[in-house]
Ligand binder design. Structure first.
Ligand code: GLN
Length: 236
C-alpha cells in the first residue's frame, strides 16, 4: 500500500475518515502530497473495520482492485458504516506484484487488520500457506501474524535487518489497539477529542498533525499513545 490510515476512538462514519477529508485517502489515491515512491495509488484499495454490534468481533473488509476514486458503490454505503476502529489503504502496486483484491490491504488473520506501506524482498520471509496472496505485503502480513502482532517491533527490526532496502510501514488494529510502524516512509498522528488518527500523511491542514520519526513504533489504546524507538539488531 502506498498510503494508509488507522482510527481508534468513538464510532465515526467510514466516509468521514476515508472519503470526506480534503486530502484524505480518496484524494491521496490520485494526488498524494508526501508520497516518496510512486505518483498515485490507483491499483486498488481496501478498508477494514470492527463493528459496534454486540458480540461481533470479526474484522469486516471491503477490498477492491479498482481505484478508490472510481468505487462509486462504496460512496453510497460509506456514510452509514460506523466504527470505532478502522484500517484503510490505497495501493500503488510494486512492480511484479499481482493486481487483485486479495493482494490489497487490509489483510487479516481473523482477529487483526493489517496494512503494509512499502516493499520487501520476499526471499527473506517464510512462505507461509496462510498468506492471502503472493504479494510481498501479504507474505509480510502472514509473517507478522505468525510471530504475533505483539512482537511487531521485533519482527520489523528482523526483517529490516535481513533486507536493508525494505520499507516497512505497518498499520494494524484489533478493535482495541491501533499499532503502526514508521520504517522508511512517512507517518503522522492526529490526536482528536474523539480519538486518534494515524496516517501516512495528514488528511487536512490541521496544525495538530505531528510527524512520527522514522524507525519508531506507535501504539494507541484507550490509555493513550506510546511511542517506541525501533533499534537495528545487534551487528548490523
Ligand atoms: N508492495 C506492496 C504492493 O505491491 C505495497 C506497495 C506500496 O506500498 N506502494 O502492493
Amino acid at each position: 500500500m502506498c498510503r494508509h490510515l488507522g482510527w481508534l476512538g468513538t464510532p465515526v462514519s467510514v466516509s468521514s475518515l476515508v472519503l470526506d477529508p480534503p486530502q484524505g485517502l480518496r484524494v491521496q489515491s490520485y494526488a498524494p502530497r508526501r508520497q516518496k515512491h510512486g505518483l498515485m495509488n490507483a491499483d486498488g484499495w481496501g478498508v477494514g473495520f470492527f463493528s459496534d454490534l454486540a458480540g461481533d468481533v470479526t474484522p469486516r473488509r471491503w477490498r477492491s482492485p479498482v481505484p478508490l476514486w472510481g468505487d462509486t458503490s462504496f460512496d453510497s454505503v460509506a456514510p452509514v458504516l460506523r466504527s470505532h476502529c478502522v484500517v484503510a489503504a490505497v495501493r500503488s502496486a510494486t512492480v511484479g506484484m499481482p493486481l487483485e483484491a486479495s493482494a490489497t490491504a487490509p489483510f487479516t488473520d481473523g482477529r487483526w487488520l493489517l496494512s503494509h506501506n512499502g516493499v520487501v524482498d520476499r526471499t527473506v520471509l517464510p512462505m507461509l500457506p496462510t498468506a492471502e496472496s503472493v504479494c510481498d505485503s501479504a507474505v509480510l502480513a502472514a509473517t507478522i501474524f505468525d510471530q504475533g502482532v505483539d512482537a511487531l517491533g521485533d519482527t520489523i527490526v528482523e526483517v529490516g535487518t535481513a533486507d536493508p532496502l525494505a520499507r516497512l510501514n505497518i498499520m494494524a488494529a484489533n478493535g482495541f489497539r491501533l499499532i503502526a510502524t514508521a520504517w522508511g516512509d512517512t507517518l503522522s498522528i492526529l490526536r482528536r477529542a474523539d480519538g486518534v488518527v494515524l496516517a501516512s500523511e495528514p488528511y487536512d491542514d490541521d496544525p495538530d498533525w505531528e510527524d512520527i520519526p522514522d524507525r519508531h513504533l506507535v501504539e494507541v489504546t484507550a490509555d493513550g499513545v506510546v511511542l517506541t524507538a525501533l533499534n537495528r539488531s545487534k551487528g548490523s
